[in-house]
Design a binder for this molecule. Structure first.
Ligand code: 4BW
Length: 186
């Protein structure tokens, strides 16, 4: 079963860091027309063709209405080809993609949330993105997010002066206390 990611309104990324992260690419989304995918009712041999031509190890599976259904990987197809005597590629013509695909997938629902993306890409090389009705809109990949993190790392200290809170806090506290004491004296 596909699982929609919802983490409530916990927002741990500060507004300036978030702005820098999103500066190069505001969404990280690779839109559906640029994504290699296969339909669930196609023969598994077709998925093998698409996967080997696109060069990816795992791609999304959609239904005829363009709704996201799951993933198919080279691993699924290789397993399906095994027989007791060896490997039989003809087996892929006897089953369809829906028979082999993985339906247990985390999905992102538009509008995208950077907190969800960063959290989930730790465990998944990419995440499918759907709209509220479940129509496939594209994918978010580790590569796109790492490009943004790279931009953040290189621009943060060029744009902002950073103060280490642990070092500065006691000094700030002392100034505050001093100011309060002076105020009392007046
Ligand atoms: O054909 C490729 N083109 C490019 N530009 N990069 C590729 C290609 N094949 C592999 N890569 C690189 C990417 O950096 O190897 C990484 C791992 O590929 P994967 O998982 O094991 O096939 C790629 O990292 P990524 O861009 O962060 O993508 C993570 C995963 O997302 C890929 C693949 O399963 C999926 N994916 C990425 N772009 C896709 C796609 N699936 C379908 N269509 C796309 N356009």
């Amino acid at each position: 079963m596909n699982e929609q990611i919802k983490r409530g309104s916990i927002n741990m990324i500060g507004p300036r860091v978030k702005a820098l992260l999103l500066e190069a690419d505001a969404s990280f989304l690779i839109t559906d027309e640029k994504v290699a995918y296969v339909q669930d009712n196609h023969p598994a041999s077709h998925a093998f063709l698409i996967l080997s031509q696109a060069g990816y190890s795992k791609i999304p599976v959609l239904d005829q209405d363009n709704k996201f259904k799951g993933f198919i990987s080279l691993n699924h197809l290789t397993k399906a080809m095994f027989t007791v005597d060896g490997i039989d590629p003809d087996r892929l013509s006897e089953v369809c993609v829906a028979d082999l695909m993985d339906q247990d997938a985390e999905i992102l629902v538009l509008p995208l949330d950077i907190e969800d993306i960063l959290h989930e890409l730790v465990d998944h090389p990419f995440l499918p993105v759907v709209d509220e009705a479940g129509y496939f809109k594209g994918i978010v990949t580790r590569r796109e997010v790492l490009k943004a993190v790279n931009h953040l790392m290189h621009s943060l200290e060029q744009r902002y002066e950073l103060i280490q809170i642990e070092e500065e806090a006691p000094q700030l506290l002392a100034w505050l206390q001093e100011a309060q004491e002076k105020e009392k004296e007046q």
